[in-house]
Design a protein around this ligand. Structure first.
Ligand code: KIV
Ligand code: ZN
Length: 514
């Protein structure tokens, strides 16, 4: 029997730290259910002390998930640990993940603490977390730039205090594979009680080395990898879950361990996260990019037709690419619809909610005859976005003709007041967004505008992401529709709604009063 490699997914926590990727409670629950279908071992659901909203999101994930361990992040502060413990109280299996920085620069400049004080805080934090759960993980933040002797001291102390997982983060993505792997091996050899804990790694992708560093650590004894779907995460992101899992599976001749992940769920999970966060997946992204299994060159196509293994090292269906099948159509009834949504992990809290989504589904089925799972996920995202917005799109009219300047007229409702405005622009989308901006007046910079088709075909829904930035605050807006001009308007309005809402959320790596 090979060792188990524990897959710790942090899409809902570190992934959410990507600029603009914040998720609502319901979105987190939908993603958590998808991660559970993927059979990840641990779901880090958030940072409960960040805000009341984050607390409730972790609590809701803890209530909704039964198979995976649900984890909450906490700085080495009493109140953070108590909040995490309370948020996880109803979890079937819970874990508290506490951390404190250990690199000289972080201890001196950020924490303004001596190394001994840092050890003291870490030990106290682990002991306090044990009041809530016997599953406690400790991370020395910025371990990639910490002194190895000091890491040995602090890690030995937290194992003695009761930590069962030691996570070694390369917080700033500074490590290189050989050296990072050697550090893991050396820590495991030098720490006298290291056999009492599982060693884990958490690598950031600033140098594009997150997956390579994680896999090198696995070859040197790490048995948990922290990762995110699509490699989402702070700055350049974290190690991509799909790449780590498929590397270990495809090269089982090389890796001394195996994961319990149901790889056929990878693609749908990736699409769901992209839809909810508004972070499109680049076409050439390994495993989940649209081109990952597409063979363009004639020589390759010929080879694959004769024997797929000539150019394919993995089967597209093993990661869920073939799952793109028609699931519902115009004639599907309410019961079939409800049952299928439940299979996707989408439960309706009230009859009204079911009726609303079913009505939207019928409208979509009239425009687009084949409805896929991705369409249904986008439909639910759109509905939940619209229901929470205080600025809503009422009507949009666009004139676009060769040789004429495109013009758009838009009506929106802000609370109970309807406003109409118009604008011209370089194209239909530009004119529409300008017309909306003339009414909502965000004054923000448009940092990104992107359109993706959710499924294939010209009748597919277009999924638009708009990223707005104002005074350092970044938000992503999403919208989908079979008409991409309408999808664009919805996305801009969604971003404006977010930007105009107060943001009281605390960043986990902020100092606090440690
Ligand atoms: O990158 C990091 O150091 C983290 C810790 C909180 C584990 O995300
Ligand atoms: Zn991180």
């Amino acid at each position: 029997m090979k060792d188990k490699l524990i897959i710790f997914d942090t899409t809902l926590r570190d992934g959410e730290q990507s600029p603009g990727a914040s998720m609502t409670r319901d979105e987190k629950v939908r993603i958590a259910k998808a991660l559970e279908r993927l059979q990840v071992d641990v779901i880090e659901a958030g940072f409960p002390a960040a805000s009341p909203g984050d607390f409730e999101a972790v609590q809701s994930v803890a209530n909704a998930v039964s198979d995976s361990i649900v984890c909450g992040l906490a700085r080495a502060l009493d109140r953070d640990i108590d909040r995490a413990g309370e948020a996880l109280a109803n979890a079937n299996q819970s874990r508290i993940h506490t951390f404190i920085a250990t690199s000289p620069i972080h201890m001196k400049m950020k924490l303004q603490m001596t190394p001994d004080e840092v050890i003291d805080h870490a030990v106290k934090a682990v002991k306090r977390a044990l009041k809530y759960t016997d599953n406690v993980e400790f991370s020395p933040e910025d371990a990639g730039r910490s002194d190895e002797d000091f890491l040995c001291r602090i890690l030995e102390a937290v194992i003695d205090a009761g930590a069962t997982t030691l996570n070694i983060p390369d917080t700033v993505g500074y490590s290189v594979p050989e050296q990072f792997g050697a550090t893991i091996k050396s820590l495991m050899q030098r720490i006298p009680n290291s056999d009492k804990a599982i060693f884990s790694v958490h690598c950031h992708n600033d140098l594009g080395l997150a997956v390579a560093n994680s896999l090198s650590a696995v070859m040197n004894g790490a048995r948990q990898v922290e990762c995110t779907i699509n490699g989402l995460g702070e700055r350049a992101g974290n190690a991509a879950l799909e790449e780590v899992v498929m590397a270990v599976k495809t090269r089982k001749d090389y890796f001394p361990c195996q994961t319990g992940v149901n790889t056929q769920e990878i693609v749908s999970c990736s699409k769901l996260i992209s839809t909810i966060t508004g972070f499109p997946v680049q076409p050439n992204k390994a495993i989940v990019g649209a081109n990952a299994f597409a063979h363009e060159s004639g020589i390759h196509q010929d080879g694959v037709l004769k024997n797929r293994e000539t150019y394919e090292i993995m089967r597209a269906e093993d990661v869920g690419w073939s799952a793109n099948r028609m699931v519902l159509g115009k004639h599907s009834g309410r019961n079939a619809f409800k049952t299928h949504m439940a299979e996707l992990g989408i439960e309706f809290k009230t009859e009204e909610e079911l009726n609303d989504i079913f009505f939207r589904f019928k409208q979509l089925a009239d425009k687009k005859h084949e409805i896929f799972d991705e369409d249904l996920q986008a439909l639910v995202s759109d509905a939940s976005i619209e229901n929470e917005e205080h600025i809503k799109l009422v009507a949009l009219k666009v004139c676009s003709e060769t040789g004429e300047t495109p013009m758009a007229s838009v009506t929106i409702r802000i609370n109970d007041q309807e406003l109409t405005g118009s604008a011209t622009g370089g194209g239909a989308v530009d004119a529409s967004l300008r017309a909306i901006e003339s009414l909502v007046k965000t004054g923000a910079d448009l940092q990104l505008y992107s359109v993706n088709n959710i499924t294939s075909g010209t009748d597919s829904q277009g999924e638009v992401t708009v990223r707005l930035e104002k005074a350092g605050r970044i938000v992503n807006g999403m919208g989908s529709d079979t008409d991409i001009v309408i999808a664009s308007a919805k996305a801009y309005i969604n971003a404006a709604n977010k930007l105009l809402m107060p943001n009281a959320k605390q960043h986990p790596q902020a100092t606090g009063d440690v």
